[in-house]
Write a protein that binds this ligand. Sequence first.
Ligand code: NAP
Length: 317
Amino acid sequence: MKSSSLKVLLLGYGNVGKALRRMIKERAPSLGLNVTIEGVVTRRGIMLGDSEEFRKTREGTPLDALNLVNPDLVVDVSSANYETGEPSVSLYMEALSRGTSVITANKAPLALKYGDIMNQARKHGASIGFQATVMSGTPSINLIRLLQGSTILKIRGILNGTTNYILTRMDQGLDYSQALREAQEKGYAEANPEHDVNGFDAAAKLTILTNFAMNRNISIKDVDFSGIVNVTPSRIEEAKRRSRKLKLVAVSEGKTSRVSLTEVSPEDPLYHVDGVTNTLDIHSDIQEVVITGPGAGPQNAAFGVFSDMVLMSRGLI
Ligand SMILES: NC(=O)c1ccc[n+]([C@@H]2O[C@H](COP(=O)([O-])OP(=O)(O)OC[C@H]3O[C@@H](n4cnc5c(N)ncnc54)[C@H](OP(=O)(O)O)[C@@H]3O)[C@@H](O)[C@H]2O)c1
């Protein structure tokens, strides 16, 4: 989709949606982009037009909003539904069937139905941007777009900032519950951190990366994942005695994809990534590339979506 004018329908309007609206207003005009939010649909109903605060103008579903707004682009900044991927999956399938492009920060649809969604986009000549689903605004998906022409053989990463923060603080002497409490106090972990600490969030991101980087069609059910819940100070000390650190590492190579606690040595680029920072280490048949940066935060996630918008408007996605 190459166009300097984009009529947008937003699915969801929470922290990321609001940060995205601000970014569009502040940055799009100087890039020669005319982006207008023509409607927003949330659990509360539909708002036609654009306003800083959501004000319902009518009842209706995401598909009703698609029909009413007839956008050029659907942007999904709604919460993840890992049971079915709905209402996002149905909205994407319908929008893509009309040649309407999609950008998403929501991982669930692509972690569950990657192949179906990509086939639909291909069939109807529509584009799909999903940078914000992995490492937010730090180019992971969009870095892989630039590596076309090489074959990616292996990807490894620290893809969840919450667990990396907890492991870093444990390495500095806290026990698991102290480190988790601190992560919650600083806003790095949800009140219910289950999807982070059991490895599920990293597995969802690894699913999306693997499919895109290695041209596969796996779902999150194909990823063997475990988390950090059972890590003890003595396990951390044992690693330290060998001059290593324990990290929650996501790896895909060949046919296997897994997320597990792994000891890494100082020569490993993952060893030096501490706190909430994420990193991705890509091995291709030409070279190894490592990228490190923030993996969360509304502003960073909004930037992931916005950078997709800019690339899409220039015909680069
Ligand atoms: N925050 C981050 O750091 C970050 C980073 C990367 C990716 N993401 C992803 O970005 C997405 C948005 O995150 P957020 O932090 O903005 O979440 P949030 O503040 O909780 O907002 C979620 C929005 O989704 C809407 N929503 C939920 N279920 C819906 C449904 N069934 N139909 C329609 N709308 C629905 C909510 O509607 P109501 O307003 O009616 O409740 C709300 O407006 C999530 O998928 C998240 O995983 C977030």
